[in-house]
Design a protein. Structure first.
Length: 428
C-alpha cells in the first residue's frame, strides 16, 4: 500500500516521464490499431514494427545522435516505405498480402540488424542503448522523449477524431465509400501513415518485437464488449492506457522487471479475460447461449414429434410413452428425459402413469412448429424452385428461428395454404 501511494504521488520526475509516456503510447496506439484491426490488417503492425529498425539506424548514422525526433523521422520513412512496397507487391504481382508482409518484414529487419551491428562496432560512444529499440526500454524515457511522444499522441488522436467517420466507412466497406465519392486511396494512405507513426513512437517503450501487440491487442479485446465502433475505440484507448499505467507501476515496484513486456502482458491478460467473460461475444456467454439454443431446439423438436404422433392417431392429446416417441424420431434417451422434465416444468406437457401428453399450451407450441416447418417447405418449393424432396433439412433448421412477423408474411405471401409440398395439412 505504501508503494502504491509513493507511485501515484508522482514525486519522482522519472516516474512521471515513464508513466505518462507509457500511457500516451499505449492509448494512442490502441486508437489507431482499432481501424487496422477492423480492416483485417493485423499483420501490418508487425511488418511496420520490424521495418522501422533500419530507419532508426540510418537516422542515427546521419545525425550522430539519439535525438528521439530524428529517430522517429527515420523510423517513419522506412516503416511507411515498407507498407508502400507491400501494397505494390500485392497489387502488381501474384504474391498474396501475407506472403508480401513476411517477405518485407524479414528483409527490412535483416537490414536493420546489419546496420545496428555496424553501429555497435563503429566505436561511436553515443550508440549506447540503441539496441534497446529491439525489446524496448520504457524506464529510460526522459522529459525530452515525453514532449515528442505527447505531440505525436495528440496528432494521432486529433486526426482520428477528425476523420473518424471516413476511417470507419473504409474499414467496413471501401467500395461503398468510393461510390459516395470519398477519397478511399487518400484515406488508406492516411491510415497507413497513422499506423506507422503509432508504431515508431511506441517501439522505444516495448520494442519492435512486441509493438504489434500494443497496436492490435487492445482493439481485439474491446471488440468483444461492443458492436459500436466509437465505443470500441474508446474502450481500446482505456485498456491501452490502463496497461501502460500498470506496466509502469510493476517496473516501479520491481525495478528488475522491464516496463514494455509487462505492458504487453497486462493488455494480453485483459484481452484473455475479455475473450472469456465479455457478454454476448465472450466464450462463456456464447457457450451458454449455444447450450440454451440446443435445449430450445430439442424441446421444440420433441413437441413437434408429439404433434406428428397425434396426427397419425387423430388424437393430439393422447399420452405417449418414451418408446413411442423414440420410434417416431430418434432422440438420445438422456437428452429426451431431460427435455421431458424441462417441458413439464414449463407447463407444456404432463405425466400420467409413466406416459407424457400435451397441455393446451404444449399443443399450441407444437402445432406452431409444425406449421412453420411446412410453410417454409412450401416457400422453398414454390418460390425458390427447390425439389420437394430436398426442402426438409432446411426447414428443420429455419423453423426454430422464424419470428411472428416473418410467419405472418409467409402466410400472406403463400395465401394461407392448406397443404405443404408433401400434401400434409398445414395447421392453423
Amino acid at each position: 500500500m505504501e508503494t502504491l501511494q509513493e507511485f501515484f504521488s508522482f514525486s519522482d520526475p522519472s516516474i512521471i516521464a515513464v508513466t505518462v509516456g507509457a500511457v500516451l503510447l499505449s492509448a494512442s496506439s490502441a486508437v489507431v490499431g482499432t481501424f487496422t484491426f477492423l480492416k483485417k490488417k493485423a499483420l501490418v503492425g508487425d511488418a511496420v514494427a520490424h521495418s522501422v529498425l533500419p530507419g532508426i539506424c540510418l537516422a542515427f548514422i546521419l545525425s550522430g545522435t539519439k535525438n528521439p525526433l530524428w529517430l522517429i523521422i527515420g523510423a517513419f520513412v522506412t516503416g511507411w516505405l515498407s507498407l508502400v512496397i507491400i501494397d505494390n507487391i500485392t497489387l502488381k504481382t501474384k504474391i498474396k498480402e501475407d506472403t508480401a508482409i513476411a517477405l518485407i518484414l524479414s528483409v527490412f529487419f535483416g537490414i536493420g540488424i546489419l546496420l545496428l551491428t555496424h553501429i555497435q562496432h563503429s566505436g561511436n560512444a553515443a550508440q549506447t542503448g540503441l539496441d534497446s529499440f529491439l525489446f524496448g526500454k520504457a524506464a529510460a524515457l526522459v522529459g525530452q522523449d515525453l514532449q515528442v511522444f505527447g505531440i505525436v499522441a495528440i496528432v494521432l488522436l486529433v486526426t482520428v477524431a477528425l476523420f473518424f467517420k471516413e476511417l470507419k466507412l473504409i474499414a467496413f466497406d471501401a467500395s461503398y465509400a468510393k461510390a459516395l465519392g470519398l477519397p478511399v486511396k487518400g484515406m488508406d494512405l492516411l491510415l497507413t501513415s497513422l499506423t506507422v507513426l503509432a508504431v515508431v513512437t511506441g517501439i522505444q517503450a516495448v520494442g519492435v518485437v512486441l509493438m504489434a501487440a500494443m497496436l492490435i491487442t487492445p482493439a481485439a479485446a474491446a471488440r468483444f464488449w461492443t458492436n459500436d465502433v466509437r465505443i470500441m475505440t474508446i474502450l481500446a484507448a482505456i485498456m491501452g492506457g490502463v496497461s501502460g499505467l500498470s506496466g509502469a507501476y510493476v517496473s516501479y515496484v520491481a525495478p528488475a522487471m522491464p516496463t514494455g513486456p509487462w505492458i504487453v502482458m497486462i493488455i494480453s491478460a485483459i484481452a484473455l479475460t475479455s475473450f472469456f467473460i465479455a457478454p454476448k461475444r465472450g466464450i462463456i456467454s456464447r457457450g451458454v447461449q449455444q447450450r440454451r439454443l440446443q435445449r430450445m431446439i430439442m424441446d421444440e423438436n420433441l413437441l413437434k414429434e408429439l404433434y406428428h404422433l397425434g396426427e397419425k392417431d387423430a388424437d393430439i392429446y393422447k399420452a405417449r410413452s418414451i418408446e413411442e416417441i423414440v420410434e417416431e424420431r430418434f432422440f438420445p434417451k438422456d437428452r429426451l428425459r431431460s427435455s421431458l422434465r424441462r417441458l413439464r416444468r414449463e407447463g407444456f406437457i404432463t405425466k400420467e402413469n409413466g406416459h407424457w401428453r400435451y397441455t393446451e399450451a404444449g399443443r399450441q407450441k407444437g402445432q406452431r412448429v409444425v406449421k412453420l416447418h411446412r410453410l417454409w417447405e412450401l416457400y422453398l418449393s414454390k418460390y425458390m424452385k427447390i425439389d420437394p424432396d430436398h426442402v426438409h433439412e432446411d426447414a428443420e433448421t429455419i423453423e426454430h428461428i422464424i419470428t411472428p412477423e416473418l410467419e405472418k408474411r409467409l402466410e400472406k405471401m403463400l395465401e394461407y395454404p392448406e397443404v405443404d409440398p408433401h400434401e400434409e395439412k398445414i395447421p392453423y
